[in-house]
Write a protein that binds this ligand. Structure first.
Ligand code: SF4
Length: 218
């Protein structure tokens, strides 16, 4: 089986086992971006608490963040840890979003994906995984998000090495899958779930839906 078919076979196995993951859990595109910035180095539970506080205070919008002091913002996102960096990250994004797109997600979605990616990667606290999460889950651009679970699963099955770069992994997926927002959305979410449930530092292969998967190079 060629790589393209194997990738779709893996996707189908995961989907059959777990069903749709309904990602990203958020009520709006802006909330996705807040979550993508806040989730760095912490669990999603903490992110939810920070988002709930922002929501309760009526400040879950970048317009509100732009008009707020960094100290006040850090207090509101307290459960998200690394408060000063994350408050700065949200403020910097708010400044960029306001100046460049007038706080309009619609306007941002109209921008070319490569231009957006470069812009995002130039912002404070936004690396490739965060930028791509924003592009895919908030702006519906067909870019494949790579994370540690993706690397673990695909290196353990011999497709790439764990040490290979983010870009190498992304090229592998995007070179072998059609540019399909829905597929990329679901595929990444399924890999995160498989990693969370089974492909931990010590893998639990017996009950994993990928347990008899072999890589073939033909
Ligand atoms: S837990 Fe085992 S079978 Fe499942 S993805 Fe990881 S290495 Fe593969």
């Amino acid at each position: 089986m060629g790589i393209k078919r194997q990738l779709m076979d893996i996707y189908r196995r995961l989907y059959a086992a777990f069903g749709s993951r309904n990602w990203w859990p958020a009520d709006s595109a802006e909330e996705v971006i807040f979550g993508a910035i806040l989730t760095q180095n912490i669990s999603w539970k903490n992110v939810e608490q920070a988002l709930a506080t922002l929501k309760a205070e009526g400040t879950l919008s970048f317009k509100a963040v732009a008009g707020m002091g960094e100290q006040r913002l850090a207090e509101l996102i307290r459960p998200a840890r690394f408060l000063n960096q994350k408050a700065r990250g949200l403020k910097v994004f708010a400044g960029y979003f306001g100046e460049r797109y007038g706080f309009s997600i619609k306007r941002m979605m109209k921008q070319d994906m490569g231009v957006l990616r470069d812009e995002l990667l130039n912002l404070y606290l936004i690396g490739p995984e965060t930028a791509d999460s924003i592009l895919l889950y908030a702006l519906e651009k067909p870019v494949f998000v790579i994370d540690v679970y993706t690397k673990r699963i695909f290196s353990r099955h011999g497709f790439l090495e764990m040490e290979d770069s983010y870009d190498a992994y992304q090229r592998f997926f995007m070179g072998n899958l059609l540019p399909d927002v829905k597929l990329y959305n679901e595929y990444h979410a399924l890999l995160v779930h498989a990693g969370n449930q089974f492909c931990k530092p010590k893998p639990n292969c017996t009950p994993c839906p990928l347990n008899n998967l072999r890589k073939s190079s033909t």
